[in-house]
Design a protein around this ligand. Structure first.
Ligand SMILES: [Zn+2]
Ligand SMILES: [Zn+2]
Length: 305
């Protein structure tokens, strides 16, 4: 047997070994993501405030229209047997609560299920993710978790912030909560064990990941922990809360763009988490780093808003 044949046999057996590994990820619930999302425009009169993608029947992705607010954030709504979890409440003058509550009602009706309680959590505390907070706080039967480390620690049982992690049980569905401060002091990632989707908020998405110079070491540590997490968990998609990148590598839309007909896909992969970590590891002093699918945008600290 020559060495080529040995190499081929070896690679075949390795492939089989990988395939034959315990199907730890085989039970992940599949879902679909749209090829393109509505951003806003070109004619705002015809654009609905919200676009909903049913990734699958128990995992919804909502996008706010750029016609309502140019940030056009993504929100996530995940259903368990007893509770539904909403990540973020929108940007600008938008009616988020009535829309989300109508989705809960429709979900219950469609599944012949008793109404589930809503838990509201936030990717972080910036204004373009908490605009609808008051609407939810005014509702009965809503468990509202403020975008603050102490409130998150209490709700998810996180004993050490930010090194520890916690979880929220939606009834037959566990969501892991990982503190990843840096972009904001209350930044978290959510990992849905059912689908393997990792929600990374403004800390990783196809666009400009803002961090102030003073917070670079904090963000770097969060990126390191997130990389360690994806090394040990099956990650289907990495889903953030904005798209600012175009479909052309390294090119982003200017801040404030409403209509983005050629934007990047929402979904990133675990490889991007590793790339984020590597970029921080290689950063000798705080400086902006442009990568094909996202940019670490380092800025001078802003006065508190
Ligand atoms: Zn933010
Ligand atoms: Zn944001």
């Amino acid at each position: 047997m020559n060495s080529n044949a040995t190499a081929i046999l070896l690679s075949v057996s390795l492939a089989v070994a990988a395939y034959a590994a315990p199907p730890e990820g085989g039970s992940l619930q599949p879902g679909t993501l749209p090829h393109t999302w509505l951003s806003g425009g070109p004619n705002c009169v015809t654009v609905p405030d919200w676009q909903v993608n049913e990734y699958n029947e128990n995992f919804y992705i909502l996008r706010e229209s750029g016609c309502t607010n140019y940030e056009k954030p993504f929100l996530y709504l995940i259903f368990g047997n007893e509770k539904a979890l909403l990540e973020d409440t929108g940007a600008g003058p938008v009616q988020t609560a009535p829309f989300v509550m109508s989705l809960l009602e429709k979900w219950a009706k469609k599944n012949n299920h008793a109404p589930v309680k809503l838990v509201v959590i936030h990717s972080h505390g910036h204004g373009d993710h908490i605009a609808g907070d008051k609407q939810f706080q005014a509702l009965p039967n809503v468990e509202f978790i403020a975008a603050e480390p102490a409130a998150l620690q209490k709700a998810a049982g996180i004993s050490n912030w930010p090194e520890g992690q916690g979880s929220i049980d939606l009834g037959g569905r566990i969501i892991d909560v990982l503190p990843i401060p840096g972009h904001n002091n209350a930044s978290i990632a959510l990992y849905d064990r059912a689908t393997g989707n990792l929600l990374t908020g403004d800390s990783l998405y196809p666009g400009r990941l803002y961090v102030s110079t003073t917070e670079v070491p904090v963000f770097a540590q969060s990126a390191r922990r997130l990389a360690a997490f994806v090394e040990t968990h099956r990650v289907s998609h990495v889903l953030g809360t904005h798209i600012e990148q175009t479909s052309t590598p390294y090119v982003d839309y200017p801040t404030g763009t409403v209509y983005q007909p050629a934007e990047h896909s929402l979904e990133l992969t675990r490889a991007h988490v590793l790339e984020l970590n590597r970029a921080f590891e290689q950063m000798k002093e705080p400086a902006t780093v442009a990568l094909p699918d996202f940019t670490i945008s380092v800025r001078a600290p802003r006065p508190p808003r």
